[in-house]
Design a protein around this ligand. Sequence first.
Ligand SMILES: Cc1cc2nc3c(=O)[nH]c(=O)nc-3n(C[C@H](O)[C@H](O)[C@H](O)COP(=O)(O)OP(=O)(O)OC[C@H]3O[C@@H](n4cnc5c(N)ncnc54)[C@H](O)[C@@H]3O)c2cc1C
Ligand code: FES
Length: 296
Amino acid sequence: MQDITLEVRNNRKLADQTYEMVLHDMDRFPETIRPGQFINLKLDGYYLRRPISICDWTEHTVTIVYKIAGRGTEAMSQYETGKTISVLMPLGNGFNTGKSGERPLLAGGGAGVPPMYGLCKELLAEGKKPIALLGFNSAEEIFYADAFRALGVRPVITTADGSRGIKGFVTDALRAGILHTTAAESPCPEPTVSRSFCAGVKADGKGAAGEPICAESETDGNDAALPFTYFYACGPISMLRALNEAIDSRMGGQMSFEQRMGCGFGACMGCTCKTKYGAKRICKEGPVLERSEISW
Ligand SMILES: Cc1cc2nc3c(=O)[nH]c(=O)nc-3n(C[C@H](O)[C@H](O)[C@H](O)COP(=O)(O)OP(=O)(O)OC[C@H]3O[C@@H](n4cnc5c(N)ncnc54)[C@H](O)[C@@H]3O)c2cc1C
Ligand code: FES
C-alpha cells in the first residue's frame, strides 16, 4: 500500500448521480493492481477517507466510478481537473481470476458495476469469455454498458423499474433461465440474443407492453447461452444475498462487500465481520470473500 498524491485528470458525469474520475500520477504506480482492489481518498474537510473500487487502470492512471451517496461523494463530483488528492492504494485483496473457469458470470449492481469492468478486462486478457450482468434502478442510472460492449462483451441489463432491459434485479435475469437454455431455442427476433436473457418475453420477442425488451439484453452472440462456470459479484448486501440464494449452491464464486470502513488498511478493526473461518477485516482480507466462507 502506498500513500500517494494523485491529480484529477478528468471528472465527468456518466449517468444520474454517477461520475467517472480519472486520477493521474506523474510516476508509474509502484505496485501491481488487481481487479476488485480499491483506493481510499482523503477529501478536503473530512477525517475519514472514502473507499472507492478501482474500475480501470494503466501504468499512470486509475479510473473510479462513484455514485453520490452523501456529502463526501457530492464534494468529489465538484472536483476539477488539476485538483490533487491524497490516496491510499492499492487496498484489499481483489478478485482471484484463477478460479473462474472458461465462462464466468460477472454480476454488478449499481456502485458494484465498476469493479466488474476491470475484472472483465483481466478475464478477457486471460482468454476467458465472461458474461456481464449489470443491474440498475432505472435507465437514467445505467453507465458503462457501452464500455463493456467496446470490450466485446454485450452486457445483460436489468432495471428495477423496467425502463431498460429486463425488469427487476440481476437475480430476475437468472430466474429467467440464464443457466440452462441454449441460443438455438431463442424466441427473440434478434439473432444475437439468447433465450436465456429473454425469458418472459412473448413469442414475438416483445415485453408485456409490446416494447422490444431484448435490445439491452444481448450477449456476445456466440455461445452466450452456455452455463456459466463460476461467478463474481459486487453490489448491495441484499443483492449479494439474493444471488447466493439464486445460484446453485455447488457453484463457486466470489463476492465483494462494500462495508463501512474506518482506516481502510487493517489497523482499526472497524470493518471486521464474521466468516465461517473466523473474523476477517473487509478492508484487508476482503473486500472479496469466497462464497464458501461467507456467513449470511
Ligand atoms: C471496498 C469498497 C469499494 C467501494 N466502491 C465504490 C465504487 O466503486 N463506487 C461507489 O459509488 N461507491 C463505492 N463504495 C461506497 C463508497 O465508499 C460510499 O458511497 C462513500 O464512501 C460515501 O461517502 P459519502 O461521504 O458520500 O457518504 P456519507 O454517508 O456522508 O459517508 C459517511 C461515512 O460513511 C462511509 N460510507 C457511507 N456509505 C458507505 C458505503 N456504501 N460503503 C462504505 N462506506 C460508506 C463513508 O466512507 C464515510 O466515512 C465502496 C465502498 C467500499 C467499502
Ligand atoms: S477499516 Fe480499519 S481495519 Fe478495516
